[in-house]
Write a protein that binds this ligand. Structure first.
Ligand code: NAP
Length: 343
């Protein structure tokens, strides 16, 4: 190893996958070394990663790329990337200085050279009187997703009926709490009794059900929403989306945020009830969080006081060390995480 170089522990994708991911699809390597300086030819930043975020979209990058994608797909045999919180060790970029704390896209490794901070949407962390890990979740990409989807797309009004799927996760827990603060009636679905309890007793949802115990989603939704649903924040797609469509009220809004129930399927399930959207004049819109990053300061102005006043609570599931990432990432698809998954 040359002078000033360090060994860089990394999480590597073994090979492109199909179907459900396994821990063994990823492995830890300490083969690479790197200098702790930004090369002369670059105007990037060199960071030490402090928290790394396991997010469902990462599964889509683990398969062989087909057609246009929102993120650069992973390369088999190479380090994976995702959202993280990091400390700048060296910078040749005018917007970042040594010692800055940042969040944005980084490598799943101890040290990363981020060559294009603008493209990776690297944000400087200005408020450090909250836990730093929050910038992988409630104050980072998932938080912005909840904010943009709920306020910008769903156009919520006091008293409306709101349903959130994958409701105990990073995005869902915040959507539900935003809806309660707005004076809406909120029900969430999640995959265990423990999570159902969390939704009602920690996040203040009006109702919740364990979708794994429901054989008829339509009946479950009719039970929870006898008057129908005004807003559906869809994190799962598939059969749940199809059942929700049957229960939408006139002029309802559906935000298509994610389809985690479909990410591991080679052939996606169809949605059969779309014609109902016409009769009910329902708006259904896809959400891509990057489109709303210009609202980040406005989002912080809303959320930080809520956190500090205890009006919004946040549950995260933190594991220690890069070695924990394969199991944590794979665990997202069996619902192992309770709250936002990080390492
Ligand atoms: N559009 C965007 O810009 C954007 C940005 C961020 C996230 N998203 C999407 O938003 C959704 C939620 O993300 P998140 O970060 O909040 O994830 P998360 O909820 O923290 O983690 C994923 C959760 O999905 C649930 N799940 C896994 N497999 C499922 C299945 N087959 N059916 C139903 N639920 C299943 C599990 O909870 P249970 O135990 O409840 O099953 C798991 O804990 C994801 O679909 C994600 O891709 C979209």
């Amino acid at each position: 190893m040359a002078d000033g170089e360090v060994r860089n522990k990394q999480v590597i994708l073994r090979e492109y996958i199909s179907g459900f991911p396994k821990d063994s699809d990823l492995y830890i390597s300490t083969e690479k070394t790197m200098p702790l300086k930004v090369p002369e030819s670059s105007n990037g930043v060199l960071v030490k990663n402090l928290y790394l975020s396991c997010d469902p979209y990462m599964r889509l990058l683990m398969q062989k790329p087909e057609g246009p994608a929102l993120f650069t797909p992973y390369t088999s045999g190479s380090v994976i990337s995702g959202y993280g919180v990091a400390k700048v060790l060296d910078s040749k970029h005018p917007d970042f200085n040594k010692g800055d704390l940042v969040w944005g896209t980084t490598g799943f490794e101890e040290y990363s050279l981020i060559t294009t901070p603008e493209i990776e949407s690297l944000f400087k962390i200005e408020h450090t009187d909250v836990p730093l890990s929050y910038y992988t979740g409630i104050l980072g990409m998932p938080g912005m997703t909840a904010y943009a989807g709920f306020y910008e797309i769903c156009n919520p009004k006091k008293g409306e009926y709101v349903f959130v799927s994958a409701a105990s996760g990073a995005v869902g827990q915040l959507v539900g709490q935003f809806a309660k603060l707005m004076g809406c009636y909120v029900v969430g679905s999640a995959g265990s009794e423990e999570k159902v309890d969390l939704l009602i007793n920690k996040f203040g949802f009006d109702g919740a059900f364990n979708y794994k115990e429901e054989h008829d989603f339509d009946a479950a939704l009719r039970r929870c929403f006898p008057e129908g649903i005004d807003i559906y924040f869809d994190n799962v797609g598939g059969k749940m989306l199809d059942a929700v469509i049957l229960n939408m009220r006139e002029h309802g809004r559906i935000v298509l945020c994610g389809m985690v129930s479909q990410y591991n399927l080679d052939r996606h399930e169809g949605v059969n009830n779309l014609m109902r959207l016409i009769y009910k004049r329902v708006l259904m819109k896809g959400l891509v969080v990057f489109d709303y990053y210009s609202l980040y300061t406005k989002f912080l102005d809303l959320v930080l006081p809520y956190i500090k006043e205890g009006k919004i609570v946040y549950v995260e599931d933190i594991d220690e060390g890069l070695e924990s990432i394969p199991a944590a990432l794979v665990g997202l698809f069996s619902g192992r995480n309770v709250g936002k998954q990080e390492k």
